[in-house]
Design a protein around this ligand. Structure first.
Ligand SMILES: [Fe+2]
Length: 507
C-alpha cells in the first residue's frame, strides 16, 4: 500500500475555522481531509482490515505522511475507531435545565476488548481534560458471531458555544484529534442542519459534499432520518463498521442524530441500538427509537415508524412510543414551552404521504398501504380491532409544524396537508401560516438501491419532486421563520428547491 496523494491548499474564505490549511490525503479508496491548525495536526488511521496504518503529521506548513503495517504498533492493530458525537445528553440528576445542557456523548466502536475505561481527552487549547465512560459488548447475529465493543463517554460541563478538541481511546491507543462545538444556550440562536435519509456505505454520493459543508462549519447537527449503511449488520457487521468510518469526517465533528429505518431492523435493531447514543432530553434516558431534543427556537421529536411494521419484535412498543409522544407533545405545547420554542419538528423514516411508484405508496383506498394508512390512521393491534395509535391526528392536534422523512429515494416537498386535503396558508403563499403540517421527504443521499421513480399521477399535495441525489439544508432562523433548500449533488451542489415556512401562530 502506498500514499497516492497528499495535498495542502488554502483555507476557503468562508470556512469559519481557524486553520492554516486544508489538507487532503488519499490512499487507494480511502480519503481523509482535515483542517490543519497553526499548531499543526497529527492523526493515525487504521484501515478497515486492520492491516495497515496511515500516519499524517503537519506542522508549520510541512506535511508528512506514511503508511506502515499496523502490527508495528500492536495497540493500533487492535483498534478500529469510528467516533460519533451526539447531543444533548442529560443525566438523570438534571443538574441544570435540559435546554441548556452542555454535554456531548462520544461513541466509538472497536473489534476487541480494550484495556481500562474508555476515555475522551479534550480541551480548548490542548487535551488536558479527561472524561471516562463505559464499554459494552454485543454479538452480531451473522455466522461469524463477531463481538463488537461499543464505548460511550459523556463529556460534561462544557462551555456553551465553545469549540473543543478531543480524541478518544484508551491505554491501547487513541483516535485522531477531532473537534466539536458545545451547544449554544437558550432559544435565541439559529441552528442549521443537514437532513437526509437512506445513505449507505456503497454509492454514498452525498458524503464528499456533506464533508465539505461540515469542514466549512455550515451545520450545528446532522439529521439522518433512517436507513443507515445498507446495512449496519451486513457481512457480519463489517458494512456497519465501514459506514461508520465513512461518516467519521462528518460525525466526529457535528452531532449526528438518527432515527430508525427498515434497514436497521435485523436482529431486532441490535446494531442500531448499540452503535448510536440518542438521549431523550426530557427524561434523560438513552433511547435510539424515540427521543426529543431542543435546539434554538425548535423542539425536535424523533420517532420510529418501524414499530408499526416489525411487529414480530412486539406490539407493545407501539403503545409505549405513542404514550411517550403524547406526553412529549403535550409538554412542548405548554404555554411557556411554545412561547420559548414555537417550532415543533418531527423526524422519522417512513412518510405518511408519498408518491413513489411502489405499492407502499399506493393510492388504492382499500389497501392498508394507502398512503401508509397504518401510520396515519393507526394499526389494528395483533391484526384485529379498531385502529389505534395513528400519528396524523396526533401531530395535527399538537401543532407539529414540519415533518422530516426519508425512505423514498428521492426528494419531495409537499403542500401543507392533513387527511389528504391541502391546507395552504393562502394560494399565493402556501407556507405562510399554513393550516396543516409541512412535509419534506429527503431520502436521496445515495445508497446501493439507487433512485426511486415517481407515480405518473401527481396528487394535489405534491409541490416539488426530484430524483437527483442530494440532501436538504434547514435553518431555524428565529421563532417565525424556517428555511429549507434541496442540494443536488448530481448538479454539483446546485440548489434545486428553496422555500421558507413563516408562522406567527403555531396552533
Ligand atoms: Fe426505508
Amino acid at each position: 500500500m502506498q500514499v497516492l496523494c497528499v495535498s495542502q491548499h488554502d483555507s476557503p474564505p468562508d470556512a469559519g475555522l481557524e486553520v492554516s490549511a486544508q489538507v487532503s490525503v488519499c490512499v487507494y479508496g480511502y480519503r481523509q481531509s482535515f483542517a490543519s491548525t497553526p499548531k499543526g495536526h497529527h492523526f493515525r488511521h487504521v484501515f478497515p482490515d486492520d492491516s495497515s496504518v496511515l500516519v499524517v503529521h503537519s506542522s508549520a506548513g510541512a506535511l508528512n505522511a506514511s503508511v506502515g503495517k499496523a502490527d508495528t504498533n500492536p495497540s493500533l492493530a487492535r483498534r478500529s475507531v469510528s467516533s460519533l458525537t451526539s447531543f444533548p445528553f442529560a443525566n438523570a440528576s438534571h443538574a441544570y435545565p435540559i435546554a441548556d445542557a452542555t454535554e456531548m456523548v462520544v461513541t466509538w466502536v472497536t473489534g476487541h476488548h480494550i484495556s481500562g475505561k474508555p476515555c475522551v481527552e479534550y480541551g480548548i487549547d490542548d487535551l488536558s481534560m479527561k472524561a471516562f465512560g463505559h464499554s459494552s459488548r454485543f454479538a452480531d447475529g451473522g455466522h461469524e458471531k463477531r463481538h463488537i465493543y461499543v464505548h460511550r463517554v459523556v463529556v460534561k460541563d462544557l462551555k456553551p458555544s465553545q469549540t473543543y478538541q478531543y480524541h478518544c481511546g484508551s491505554d491501547d491507543g487513541w483516535s485522531a484529534v477531532y473537534h466539536f462545538r458545545a451547544k449554544t444556550k437558550g432559544s435565541h440562536w439559529s441552528p442549521r442542519f443537514a437532513v437526509f435519509g437512506d445513505m449507505g456505505a456503497a454509492n454514498a454520493q452525498s458524503v464528499p459534499r456533506l464533508e465539505q459543508d461540515v469542514r466549512r462549519g455550515m451545520y450545528d447537527a446532522i439529521l439522518h432520518v433512517g436507513d443507515i449503511a445498507y446495512n449496519l449488520h451486513s457481512d457480519n457487521g463489517k458494512v456497519g463498521d465501514a459506514f461508520m468510518r465513512l461518516i467519521e469526517p462528518i460525525a466526529a465533528y457535528v452531532p449526528y442524530q438518527v432515527c430508525p429505518g427498515n434497514h436497521e431492523h435485523k436482529y431486532n435493531f441490535s446494531h442500531y441500538d448499540h452503535r448510536f447514543s440518542m438521549t431523550d432530553s426530557r427524561t434523560g434516558s438513552l433511547n435510539n427509537h424515540f427521543y426529543s431534543f431542543n435546539m434554538g427556537p425548535a423542539h425536535f421529536v424523533s420517532l420510529s415508524t418501524e414499530y408499526y411494521y416489525y411487529t414480530d419484535f412486539g406490539w407493545d412498543q407501539i403503545r409505549r412510543q405513542y404514550e411517550w409522544l403524547v406526553d412529549d407533545l403535550r409538554a412542548a405545547n405548554s404555554p411557556e414551552s411554545r412561547a420559548e420554542r414555537p417550532w415543533i419538528i418531527t423526524m422519522a423514516h417512513k412518510p405518511l404521504y408519498c408518491m413513489t411508484d411502489d405499492r407502499s405508496c399506493s393510492p388504492i383506498d382499500s389497501s392498508d398501504a394507502f398512503q401508509r394508512r397504518r401510520l396515519r390512521k393507526g394499526i389494528k393491534m395483533q391484526g384485529s380491532g379498531k385502529r389505534k395509535y395513528g400519528l396524523e391526528a396526533l401531530f395535527f392536534k399538537y401543532g407539529v409544524d414540519i415533518q422530516l422523512y426519508g425512505h423514498e429515494h428521492n426528494y419531495q416537498r409537499l403542500f401543507p396537508v392533513y387527511d389528504n386535503h391541502v391546507l395552504n396558508g393562502s394560494t399565493a403563499h402556501p407556507y405562510h401560516n399554513p393550516k396543516g403540517p409541512v412535509v419534506v421527504i429527503t431520502g436521496s443521499a445515495g445508497c446501493d438501491e439507487h433512485h426511486a421513480k415517481f407515480r405518473k399521477h401527481v396528487p394535489d399535495w405534491s409541490a416539488f419532486r426530484s430524483t437527483d441525489y442530494g440532501y436538504t439544508r434547514m435553518t431555524v432562523h428565529n421563532k417565525t421563520h424556517v428555511s429549507l433548500e434541496q442540494v443536488s449533488d448530481d448538479q454539483k451542489g446546485k440548489i434545486i428547491d428553496r422555500f421558507v415556512v413563516v408562522k406567527d401562530r403555531h396552533l
